[in-house]
Ligand binder design. Structure first.
Ligand code: PLP
Length: 394
């Protein structure tokens, strides 16, 4: 067999999204694309702000001669400077350019951070439900994912986290606003988490690092904001990207920022820069680094997502679904009306509705709806959502 045994197993584990994709293609052939309601992918459908195209055109016409050249592996100095100033404003902590590394999206930043921090056998603790790729990323660097439940409303269960941190734990990985639940972790819970990590680091004689994955930081509703974890714990790396808030997922641009007071910070940053190079990224795409350097305060029109959330949330509630109203991101994570979420997802497929079972995110008994789709898709899918819950009660 050409493929490594481990990769063959991973391909099996990673197959939910692929299955959905194949099922979508099959259903579209039979019923026509306009009659298939695909909520399976977190691929933003809101266009980038107009400033993105304007700046891109300006760069193409007037950018410097060396615009496409190699650069330091951490990224273009001017963009890192601009990001340091931005982070200072956003988090109330004073950053320098050296604390920031441009990466190939948040995925690149997560891998850079984990490669720099993990030794083989180290554990990465993650509250569930969680972004499904985390398990693969931890494994990329010899780490093992340990999953801790959250509470019924998907907020942090701090006692469970406290209990789960063991001698092998090296990293706690959080994601707020969360994919798949849309939940935001409160300032109080982050403060308590910081205290737990401090206490456990002292007790175990081993510094715990927190990685906070924040690509949905700007996609928040109803006056919610995302508290800064940098205020609560110094051994923190924030990773993020412009995939969601500027709708640029295909351009692979993001960054990692290390707390200026992190223990062993300069060496950690050095390791992350080397990781960017030796994982084969070398550096984040040059043109995109120049682009985002001038657009740090920009964001897509979040109200478009808020409207979609409201239509879907209300429609599902009226149909009898149990669902937490998410304050951020563009996902809903309703409870499956029957315990077997995979079976319920099949019932939805009979209505040409594609969603992902919660089991795929470590959240069995739920399913994920990515509502970054056209309003018409949401409206046309509602009767199908209603029929599926009715069928499930028979
Ligand atoms: N983290 C979370 C929670 C995500 O939902 C995603 C993408 O959907 C990523 C990371 C990776 O995003 P990027 O495109 O920036 O690599």
């Amino acid at each position: 067999m050409a493929v490594a045994v481990k990769m063959a197993q991973f391909m099996e584990r990673a197959s939910w999204i692929r299955k959905m994709f194949e099922e979508g293609a099959r259903l579209k052939k039979i019923h026509g694309a306009e009659n298939v309601f695909d909520f399976s992918l977190g691929d933003p459908n809101v266009p980038p702000p107009p400033a993105v195209r304007e700046r891109l055109l300006d760069l193409v016409r007037n950018g410097p001669d060396n615009m496409h050249a190699y650069m330091p592996n951490a990224g273009i100095p001017e963009t890192r400077e601009a990001l340091a100033a931005y982070l200072g404003r956003e988090h109330g902590v004073s950053f320098k350019a050296d604390h920031v590394i441009l990466t190939c999206g948040a995925a690149g930043a997560l891998n850079v951070g984990l490669k720099a921090l993990l030794d083989p056998g180290d554990e990465v603790l993650v509250p569930a439900p969680y972004f499904v790729e985390y398990g693969f990323y931890a494994d990329n660097h010899g780490g093992l994912l340990q999953v801790v439940p959250t509470r019924d409303d998907f907020t942090l269960d701090l006692e469970a986290l406290d209990r789960a941190i063991g001698l092998k734990t090296k990293v706690v990985l959080i994601n707020s606003p969360n994919n798949p639940t849309g939940q935001i972790y409160s300032s109080d819970s982050l403060n308590d988490l910081g205290e737990i990590l401090d206490r456990k680091s002292r007790r175990h004689g081993r510094s715990l690092y927190l990685i906070s994955d924040e690509p949905y930081r700007k996609i928040v509703y109803d006056g919610y904001t995302v508290p800064s974890i940098f205020q609560h714990y110094r051994n923190t790396v924030v990773v993020t990207s412009y995939s969601k808030d500027l709708s640029l997922p295909g351009e692979r641009i993001g960054y990692a920022a290390v707390h200026p007071d992190a223990e062993d910070g300069p060496r950690l940053l050095g390791a992350m820069v080397l990781a960017n190079r030796i994982m084969g990224f070398v550096n984040a795409p040059a043109l995109m680094q120049r682009l985002i350097g001038g657009l740090l305060d920009q964001c897509v029109d979040v109200d478009i997502y808020r409207r979609k959330r409201d239509i879907l949330y209300q429609g599902l509630r009226d149909a009898g679904y149990e669902v937490v109203k998410p304050p951020g991101a563009f996902y809903l994570f309703p409870r499956s009306p029957i315990p077997d979420d995979v079976a319920f997802v099949r019932l939805l497929q009979e209505e040409n509705i594609l969603v992902v079972p919660g089991s795929g995110f470590g959240g069995p008994g739920h399913f994920r709806i990515a509502y970054c789709v056209d309003d018409r898709v949401i409206e046309k899918a509602m009767p199908g959502f209603r029929r599926a819950i009715e069928k499930s009660q028979k």
